[in-house]
Ligand binder design. Structure first.
Ligand code: GFB
Length: 331
């Protein structure tokens, strides 16, 4: 693998080295939306030793447990997809946990990975690390140039600290660790909790339940005017492997589709997929959050990657997964 000194020689730090398919890959957060998609994709691509314990077996907030786990398992590659996540309401009402849990998870995993000289590590952040009023589409250079969106500043600060820690390790220890910043994600394995989830799973559940109940109207949160960009988690998983094999530089890399739409338009798509035909109303007393966060995906595009799953298709696939898992009681 490339060392930090190679990075200065190559703009955008192109690596173009295939990871060894027998490498031991630890996916932190392997049971979550992102981690499970990464595990599926790597297995499909021939990796033979991929995974990680669930939070019931290993609480990543517990430093000693994390160090003992690394000492016993000695992974070669780490994908840090473990985090406390949630939608706008969860972030706004539980900032203490979003800050503290995420900082502890990251510091423990990154410190243990450094102690064991992990050769390749990908840290996953979020588009909410960028300033609330960043120029659109948002380039990676916008990081730390302005004030954050208050509904998720605790989560954003934790993720920014993670980026800084990865960059510090690169500079001080020369390890080829990298960071990716995905836009709003959705897909199979998402959280469909009515209060805590992100907007897409919330809408899927609300419209589904309204259709079954024959409800004449649903009420969504906010004005419906904010714009969001949505990426299917299977696309993100492909991007993760692409970056692990092709990118080696300090800066984070945005992962998105390059297009966004209003929450109102998003709701129309979900209603159509779910087959809900009643009225859709908006409760403007609920927070809108940031007005727009469309990522500029050109850094990743320059490395030869683009998203493949369109929003309608992705929502249809996610809805099918939701209905199937409702039947088995897993959501
Ligand atoms: O996915 P979401 O909760 O978070 O989307 P953010 C919030 C937007 O959808 C706001 C509207 O404009 C809400 O007013 N919305 C409408 C709803 N109905 C609903 C609903 O039923 N549930 C939800 N959740 N929203 C997140 C951050 O921000 O972005 C996370 O909270 C993370 O930390 C993620 O960074 C990428 O897009 O505003």
């Amino acid at each position: 693998l490339a060392t930090a000194s190679d990075v200065t020689a190559a703009p955008h730090g192109e690596v173009h080295r295939l990871l060894d398919r027998s490498a031991r890959v630890f996916v932190a957060g392997s049971r979550g939306l992102v981690g499970s998609a990464v595990c599926r994709h790597l297995a499909r691509k021939g990796f033979t030793d991929v995974g990680g314990p669930g939070s019931a077996q290993l609480d990543l907030r517990e430093r000693r447990a994390v160090f003992e786990w690394f000492a016993a398992e000695r992974p070669h590659v780490v994908v840090l997809a473990a985090a406390r996540v949630g939608g706008i309401r969860a972030n706004a009402t539980r900032p203490t946990e979003f800050l503290s849990d995420n900082l502890r998870i990251q510091i423990n995993v990154l410190d243990a990975a450094l102690r064991h000289g992990v050769e390749r590590l990908l840290f996953l952040g979020s588009s909410c690390i960028y300033p609330k009023f960043a120029d659109q589409p948002i380039r990676e250079e916008a990081l730390l140039t302005g004030a954050l969106e208050p509904t998720n500043d605790a989560y954003a600060i934790a993720k920014i600290a993670g980026i800084l820690q990865v960059q510090a390790v690169r500079r001080q220890h020369g390890l080829p660790w990298i960071c990716a910043m995905p836009t709003n994600l959705y897909g199979p394995g998402d959280n469909f909790h009515p209060e805590h989830s992100h907007v897409l799973p919330s809408l899927i559940r609300r419209f589904h339940e309204a259709r079954l109940a024959g409800a004449p109207r649903v009420v969504n949160w906010g004005t419906g005017t904010p714009r969001r960009e949505f990426l299917h988690v299977d696309d993100l998983a492909r991007a993760c492997l692409h970056l692990l094999e092709r990118y080696d530089a300090d800066g984070p890399v945005n992962v998105g589709t390059g297009t966004d739409l209003t929450i109102r338009e998003t709701a129309e798509i979900v209603a159509r997929v779910v087959g809900y035909r009643g009225a859709v109303e908006w409760d403007a007393s609920q927070p809108d959050g940031t007005p727009r966060k469309l990522l500029d995906p050109s850094r990743l595009a320059a490395l030869g990657w683009t998203s493949r799953i369109g929003l309608r298709e992705g929502v249809a696939r996610t809805y099918a997964w939701y209905v199937e898992n409702l039947a088995t009681g897993t959501v």
